[in-house]
Design a binder for this molecule. Structure first.
Ligand code: AVJ
Ligand code: FE
Length: 439
């Protein structure tokens, strides 16, 4: 589907970089300098760290590695190295003040656009199809999601607003869908901007399974809460149980109960919990416990990707549930167009061939799987993107949230986080094995 014409590639890269910068600017100009330099949660960096880190990664990869230009600010590399400094200590680093950080990223960008004009877009893995430019646009968009998480954690009046997602639900849907047994192709070797952990394409054989047609809703999750789910150890893994006891968790993050009503805070506004929205801000432990309570389980990463990509007619794996077409506004809730997930059952145009909805967009979906390399994995272009996380305590999330840009979202895209994480825009759907004879 992608053009190999260098001018079209340049255009695509420039547009992706520009879209990311528009988003970054919106997220870093809607609050004052105090809010940009403050640490809103020890789990997050100050917004101004993310801002200059975006520019520093762009300088390192596009100016220095691709453009072979002299370093602009080698003196700040270490301050913006995520591995050198954990998030909690970033406020005490000698960060560029907001005006300097804005100036730095703009300066890097104008030089990078110059590099893009003259850079060959083939002949080396970093250059092929403009990979490095796509990687850096995705990196910026990933930090834009991180910054949106910081905005959600920030106390005080709303700094961001967006229109409500459209109501595109169209009547009752079956609760679950049978995905027949058989092989499918997982991962990709052809998607030009796919990151190293999505590669290479390889065959997987899966038994039949059933998977929820939509993400689990707040209403369904409330049934789990009301049924005493948080005080019943049998629904929880031992670690999950210890974790909710130690931290006294009894509902998703940002929820509170007042006079018998459940309320939740969302970007500075408190509102009743909407029952038909996908549940958000639950940890892997909570998702796993809910599934067990419901007599089900989380889907594996393989099951999720087969549900999202496998076309039973052609036998081919597609880029998205709806086909190969780039996500548009009727396919999925992506790109921070809306600041919440759409009601469960929305986006009929985005459904999979088997009728599974909202696999892409709305909420990241926890899977049962640990974050591991595919057979034939090769770290590219740096070990710290994926490789150093393999085999750690991380669980895989799939599908992307309303905060994810289409450039960083596809049927093969893999995200990962610790099983305790709740501030990320994560929900889940459930699955179960098919009955042996019914399948
Ligand atoms: C893939 C979302 C887990 O934010 O930690 C950003 C993406 N890597 N900068 C993260 C990333 C380097 C990464 N996640
Ligand atoms: Fe980063």
């Amino acid at each position: 589907p992608e053009s190999h014409d260098p001018e079209a590639l340049r255009e695509r890269a420039a547009r992706a970089l520009l879209a990311a910068r528009d988003r970054t600017r919106a997220l870093t100009t809607c609050v004052d300098d105090h809010d940009l330099t403050a640490q809103h949660s020890p789990l997050m960096s100050p917004l101004v760290w993310d801002l200059a880190h975006i520019g520093n990664q762009e300088e390192q990869w596009l100016l220095r590695a691709v453009g072979k230009r002299d370093a602009l600010r080698p003196d700040i590399d270490s301050v913006y190295d995520a591995f050198e400094h954990p998030r909690a200590e970033r406020p005490s680093l000698p960060l560029l003040p907001p005006a300097e950080a804005h100036g730095y990223v703009a300066d890097v960008r104008s030089r990078v656009l110059d590099v893009l004009e003259s850079s060959p877009l083939h002949g080396a893995p970093l250059l092929d199809s403009g990979f490095a430019f796509g990687m850096i646009a995705q990196h910026e968009q990933q930090h834009d999601e991180t910054m949106l998480i910081t905005h959600q954690l920030r106390r005080g009046p709303a700094a961001l607003t967006a229109p409500e997602p459209p109501r595109t639900t169209d009547g009752p849907l079956p609760a679950e869908v049978l995905v027949p047994a058989g092989p499918f192709t997982m991962g990709t070797s052809t998607e030009p901007w796919a990151l190293d952990n999505e590669r290479p394409a390889h065959r997987r054989l899966l038994p039949s399974f059933l998977i929820d047609t939509t993400p689990v809703s707040n209403g369904a999750y409330l049934d789990f809460i009301k049924d005493g789910g948080y005080s019943e150890p049998r629904w929880w893994t031992a670690e999950g149980w210890d974790h909710i006891r130690e931290h006294r968790l009894h509902a998703p993050l940002f929820w509170r109960q007042e006079g018998g009503q459940w309320l939740r805070r969302r970007f500075g506004v408190t509102e009743p919990v909407p029952p038909d929205e996908p549940v958000l801000h639950v940890s892997w432990y909570e998702a796993d416990a809910y599934a067990r309570w419901a007599g089900r389980r989380l889907p594996t990463e393989e099951e999720w990707e087969k549900a999202a990509r496998h076309d039973p007619v052609s036998g081919r794996s597609r880029r998205y549930p709806w086909g190969d077409e780039t996500p548009g506004p009727t396919h999925a809730n992506l790109g921070q167009r809306h600041l919440r997930p759409a009601p469960v059952g929305s986006y009929p145009d985005g459904e999979s061939p088997l009728g599974i909805r909202q696999l892409i967009g709305d909420v990241w979906e926890w899977t049962a799987s640990d974050f591991l390399p595919y057979p034939g994995f090769a770290a590219f272009p740096y070990r710290e993107y994926s490789e150093v996380f393999f085999g750690g305590p991380y669980k895989v999330l799939r599908g992307g949230s309303f905060a994810v840009d289409p450039v960083a979202c596809r049927g093969t895209f893999r995200n990962w986080d610790l099983p305790v994480r709740r501030q990320i825009f994560a929900g889940f759907r459930t699955a179960r094995d098919a009955d042996p004879e019914g399948a």
